[in-house]
Design a protein around this ligand. Sequence first.
Ligand SMILES: [Zn+2]
Length: 388
Amino acid sequence: MTRRLSPVELMTQLVSFPTVSRDSNLPLVDWVEAYLREHGIAAHRHYDETGQKAALFAHVGPKVAGGVVLSGHTDVVPVDGQAWSSDPFTVTEREGRYYGRGCADMKGFDALAIWALVEAQRRGVARPLQLALSYDEEVGCLGAPPMIAAMQGTVPRADLAIIGEPTTMQAVTGHKGGLGYNVHVRGYEVHSSLMHRGVNAIMAAAPLIDWANRMNAANRAMARTDLAAMFEPPWTTLHVGQIEGGTAHNITAADCRFGMDFRVVAGEDPEAWGARFLEEVARVEADMQAVRPETGIDATRRFTVPGLRPEEGGAAEALVRQVTGDNASHVVSYGTEAGQFQQAGYSAAICGPGDIAQAHQPDEFITVEQLKAGHRFMHDLVERLAAG
Ligand SMILES: [Zn+2]
């Protein structure tokens, strides 16, 4: 049997695969699958429709329901345009930190989860442990729902899922839901001196973006529910992070494209926000078509991420608290796959090493101390599962 790798060695391997979301993750999946096989663990793949990406999941322990899932994503955000002090895909230790793309988000946790699975296999556990590694998380949590569906019937049903996004090993039990649209405003080009005969796609996009500004101000001014009050900020936010359009200053723009994203506090329905936005789109489109019927707006859903509701006496939270000793309540404002596990009927909590502040940054890092804390967590978790 091949040598067991330490969490740092595993992380170094995982980071060496440049699994940016737009590219294939299969070399990483091949490596993890082979490593697990060498340690007597059979893994299962679920491919996306392109066949270029796959989720990987595995089960260790008795073939019974009621286990624990350790869930992470294999993809990372790009490094394009970022100034790195060392190669982003080579883990480099400096001043008590491991630098590398994904060290915090979230190949450090993936490495720990793989370590725990092999440890559980070696030691033997009374309660099952499962590993679930997804793809396309960074582009809107697209990969987890088909992975979760594929797990049903392939491996025994687990009770609870720990999603290892970086929380500095605190138990996080709630996050906002989200949805996003790609919007393409199709205008009509004329010389700007005769702009009344054309439709300027940029100027048609403007009221939709201003609607987002007005909703943000209204949400901020609204009285808070207890559920919303846990979040930072404690209201639903609408955000336009990208826009492009137009070809010349004196031509009414034929095209304008922008993204509209919503982060919705628990207690509000993300789909209701989507519906309100599409009403605004329809209103603006009607104004455009009154001038040029061939114009229009295409708003296509880019992602939907269910929120994570704090569970009353949740099993995932209870287990994480027992292992970490952290009894405070924490929520975060970024979306994760935890809401998707919860939606599929699992008890779910987020707990992983590293700090979200380092995620997606140039010189992303995890501290040596955080990786060690994660290692202790996995060690204690496997002990508990061994005891049953
Ligand atoms: Zn992540």
